[in-house]
Design a binder for this molecule. Structure first.
Ligand code: G3P
Length: 222
């Protein structure tokens, strides 16, 4: 499973990239508005693309097909690893099909049902992003969308990648991986939590303590 960082925060992206923990980055207008400060959003995207050896999703804000297509073409010029994100609405699918036909990778976002994911795949999307956390928030079984979409894509040998998004905690990552999602995009705090277990810390403390005892004893006997 590929791990993407769902943020536009350059410090977090630098940390995760240097640690070799991520395969790409996803952004959206909310994340850009939270993290870009007063820097030109395109400059932030270019910087992210230079930090990460993998796909970087950048979202259009037009809501008509022609506008999304034009915006997507401009975003794709920023760097080779840009993936254009378009919303899962009719115009978004028209734009996705045109962008894909022009060799531009597309991430169809805001998917909340397996049939929406199927429609995105038929439009030529490279990625489709089902939003797990937001489905949980309204009391749905979020994992059903991953389960059904995996079966549909496998039934028809569709190459669109399932990118589990709106991840809230490590269990979302584990469940999406068990169900065969191709990638998960998560906030930095969830990525950090993937590394942690209290028994790991306790076990390491014990190993180091026991080693110091051995060193102290061997000094006494020397
Ligand atoms: O980037 C899309 C998605 O991951 C957003 O997540 O937490 O705003 O529901 P969230």
């Amino acid at each position: 499973m590929k791990f993407f960082l769902d943020t536009a925060d350059l410090a977090d992206i630098r940390w995760a990239a240097r640690a070799g923990l991520i395969d790409g980055v996803t952004t959206n207008p909310t994340l850009m508005s939270r993290d870009a400060g007063d820097v030109d959003p395109n400059d932030v995207l270019k910087e992210i693309c230079s930090l990460v050896d993998g796909p970087v999703s950048a979202e259009v804000v037009a809501v008509d097909a022609a506008g999304m297509y034009d915006e997507g073409r401009e975003l794709a010029k920023l760097a080779e690893n840009i993936v254009v994100k378009v919303p899962l609405i009719e115009d978004g699918l028209v734009a996705a099909r045109r962008l894909a036909a022009n060799g531009i990778k597309v991430n169809v976002t805001l998917a909340f049902s397996s049939v929406q994911c199927l429609v995105a795949a038929k439009a030529g999307a490279t990625y489709v992003s089902p939003f797990l956390g937001r489905l949980d928030d309204i009391g749905h079984d979020a994992m059903e969308i991953i389960r059904e979409t995996r079966i549909m894509f496998d039934n028809y040998s569709l190459e669109t990648k399932i990118l589990a998004a709106s991840i809230r905690h490590p269990r979302h990552v584990a469940d999406a991986a068990l169900l065969g999602a191709d990638a998960a995009t998560m906030p930095p705090d969830v990525l950090r939590k993937l590394l942690l277990h209290p028994l790991t810390d306790r076990g390491l403390d014990q190993f180091l303590n026991d080693w110091s005892k051995l060193v102290a004893k061997s000094k006494v006997n020397a």
